[in-house]
Design a protein around this ligand. Sequence first.
Ligand SMILES: [Fe+2]
Length: 374
Amino acid sequence: MSTGKYIGRVLVVDDDQAICEILRAQLSNEGFDCEVALSAEEGLSMLRRDAFDAVLSDLHMPGLSGLDFLAAARRERPHVAFLLVTGEQDVRTAIQAMKSGVSDYVVKPFKGETVLRSVGQAIEKKRLEAELQGYRQKLEHMVEERTRQLFSALQEIEITYDSTLEALGGALDLRDSATAGHSIRVTLYALTIAEAMNCGEKQLRELARAASLHDIGKIGIPDAVLLKAGCLTAEEQAIMRSHVLVGYELVSRIAFLAQAAAIVRAHHERYDGAGYPAGVSGDRIPLGARIFAVADTLDAMTSDRPYRKALSFEEAMAEIVAQSGRQFDPVVVKAFLSVPRHVWSSIQTGSLSVGRPRPRAEAVAMPEQRARPD
Ligand SMILES: [Fe+2]
């Protein structure tokens, strides 16, 4: 009776040739492609040479025992179904063997149908396991691929965000013609100092975003105040100073700019507490804002203004050093001084953008508490 259901390649291993032949006849009759081996050693060499779906092995053989043979065979071909042929007295051993990966056992004297059913089921089980394993691997591959695509899409979104912020910073500069290019330069100055302080990628990103947007609150300042050439009255100065809180209000509503918003709010604070809007001092000012303050002043002093010519870099540097511990955090000033002169020059002379590689400053050893994120 051939059902055509249990088709596969089977290796029968038994030192009793009569049993081998009976099994071969029964299995072949049922549509299996059957080979026999009269010893464990021969079985192993056939397994190494050919592919089988199932191995049916006697438990007791001269030389390598059935259990040792199965252990060795499973190491060779872990995806093959292994079955034991055993006597009544060894059923317990066979059950134990199933715990270590043997698919099934057949007790002698066996009926042909029993053997066929066991072999067929064992092969089918292995086939399903292999299918499941393949499906699992496919799923894992799909998850990896989707994760990679998602990560890449997120990176693109981040780049788009940052380009938008950079463009917005440039647009803000245009409103006040005296500060053309200020936003991009000050961003690069700030990043250069932050790198010299060993700030991490996340801090650098937040700092770049804050630097692009630091004066966004000036959108709310009337031209009569923003562009006034002479000294500001006390009232006008108060209006001008409101740009930090207006900027904070605008930026803090955007979730991914929350950290940058804190820097926008604090970018006119002073290390000695004499700044605005909160008058906080020292480490209570976010590290990004302390870094930004040096960068902003450096650019302001080294840029032409309608009412004065730009200072030389050396003059600006001397002023920053003079303000260390007063306007500026001494640790930030130390980092600023550690950056080689040519790095500042290449930023100052343009042709750089936040997204492009730029000359890197060597990091200086900073006290640990200062290098931590704010
Ligand atoms: Fe400002």
